[in-house]
Structure formats: structure tokens, C-alpha cells
Design a binder for this molecule. Sequence first.
Ligand SMILES: *Cc1c(COP(=O)(O)O)cnc(C)c1O
Length: 365
Amino acid sequence: MATSATTEITFEHMSHPAPVPAAKREEILENPGFGTNFTDHMVSIDWTEGRGWHDAVIGPRAPIALDPATAVLHYAQEIFEGLKAYKHGDGSVALFRPEANAARFNQSAQRLAMPEMPEALFIESIRQIVKADRDWIPAGDGASLYLRPFMFASEAFLGVRPAKQYKYLVIASPAGNYFKSGAPAVSIWVSDYTRAAPGGTGAAKCGGNYAASLVPQAEAIERGHDQVVFLDAAEHKWIEELGGMNLYFVFSDGSLVTPSLTGTILPGITRDSILALARDEGLTVREERYSLDQWRADAQSGKLVETFACGTAAVVTPVGKVAGREVDFTIGSGGPGQLTQKLKNRLVAIQRGEAPDPHGWVMKV
Ligand SMILES: *Cc1c(COP(=O)(O)O)cnc(C)c1O
């Protein structure tokens, strides 16, 4: 993997001619929602074959003009990341494991035949936008600045081959507490569609995976559920993940299981963090295959007491009900479980600087 300790690229700073007025910004920050409001700035860096990364700019957030033949519009060569900046109690600003996002971004880039970015440059790009839009970080319970780095094939060319030009951008969006008063348990639908096949792009964070998950997700909503869960493509038996969150199963003996990273599951940073925190607590966590049939049997026998989904956006979400063409069962009492809440609180406390950070996950900006 291409990494470098220092970035030789310096960012050009372009000041914003007309940032959102402070009063308007404060109004937005009182109730930011998720993904609908954006900050004043963005990062832009270009990559050209033979030249590498160049023209790094932190400047005003603005539309980008694309030639109609731009490769991404035709063959979906695009990857992204998602991470958050938090305002700590002492007024400082922190990121959570940005180097893990940088590493995963490069793994996604490899799978989509795109150039890798030095990890130091990725992290510097995040720091640049957080510094420029520092006033956009909402304070308060569960609030953060959601950061969205992404890269796409920007060459105007219709041939089928990796593009020779790419654009990397970072935009930022203030995010409120995903769930106002603690996460309610969600109901999930077991999809007959598959999200990822062996040898496919399931482990890469690419927009195409999401495009393919929209019909299954809409079907879940239509049937009265909140989210969709996907089974493996080969046997349609093993539980993989939700459209954008990984899963954990909690047993009555206090142990946990999360599906192993087989190549069809996205390696979540929240998943990995919970793995470490649960082990810190002395809990047994197994990464292994777990089938839908077993899930139902264990929920009905009482062996399985909790299930939760996890990811950066909503952190930890309890699963209360599961239904599919051949199954319909409730997990525990159908509400949020105790261990789910405990692990969530542990993770959030570290992210917010309210608890010690034994793994060195928090990076001050
Ligand atoms: C991003 C993502 C996750 C969660 O990853 P985090 O790093 O924890 O945010 C899980 N599944 C899919 C498909 C994803 O795209």
C-alpha cells in the first residue's frame, strides 16, 4: 500500500467570498438533521496519470462541472469514506481513527482500479476541512461534523478501462443525534436480493454497492420494516450485513458473534472498534459465520438475547424484529438490549473525549 509519513503536497487556501452568515449557521446547527446541510468549504485534489496527486485546494464549496463523457457517469468508478469530527468538552476537536479510513480508502481504490492516496495526504485533507469549517461542528449529545471524502474517475472517455484522471473531494455536513432519545430497536427485513458476491466488490466502499441496495431497502420499507439484512450470495444462508452497517449477535452467556470478513462484507471501523472494546471488557467475541436458521432458533430458545447493527452514522442500533419470506421472530423483548447500550456508551465516551482512550483512536485536530 502506498503510504508516506509526510505529505509533500501543500494545500492552496482559497477564502470563501460569501460564507453562510453566523446567525443562519447557528440556526442550522440547532437542528442539523443528517446529510442535508453542508459547510462552507471543500477539499479538492486531482490525480493525473504520470503526474500523481496535484492541485490540492481547500476552498469554497461549489458545484463541479463535468463533461457528459466523464467516466464515473458511465462505469461508476467511484469510492468514498465516512467519518466524524467531534467537539470535546474542553473545546478541542477530534477525529476518530482517521488512519483506518485512509487505509480502507486505499483498499477500496485497489479493488476499483483507482490510484491510492498517501495516508498522510488523506488525513491532512480531513484536517484541512475540519479546521476551515470548525465553526460548523455542532456541540451537544450525539452531534458531530460528518465528513465525506470521495474519489471518482474524472476523465472524459467512454472506453472501458481504468481512467487516467481522478478527482478527490471532501465535503462536510453537520449531523445531529441520529436518534433523539436513545436508539429505538429497528425491525429488519431479510432480503432475497444479494448485496455482494464472492469475488465482487462487497468489501470495497463504492457507490455502486449502494445503488444496488436501494431496491431491496425500498422493499423492506414497503413491507413496514426499517432496514434490510443481506444473506450470502452463494448459499443464501449466512448472515452478512445490513445495507450500510455491520451486525453483532449477543448470547445469554455474555459472548458475542460478528460475521467474519469473508470478502463480501464491508470491514467496518465501528465493527472493529466494538470487537476491541468487547474484548477489553473480558467478553468472548467470535468472528464466524452465523446462519439465518441459527439466528431464529437461538432467538426462540433464548440463547440469543440481543442483536445490534453498527456503523459511523448511527453508531449502534439495536435490532428488535426480523422478518423474511420464511421467518418472523423477535429478539429478546424486542427493545434495546443492555450489552448493546453498554458497548455503545463505551464507544461514544471515547469518541467524545469523556473516557480514556487506551487504543489511541482519538486524533486531535
Ligand atoms: C461504511 C459501511 C459500514 C460501516 O463501516 P464504519 O466504518 O463502521 O462506518 C458497513 N457496511 C457497509 C456496506 C458500509 O458501506
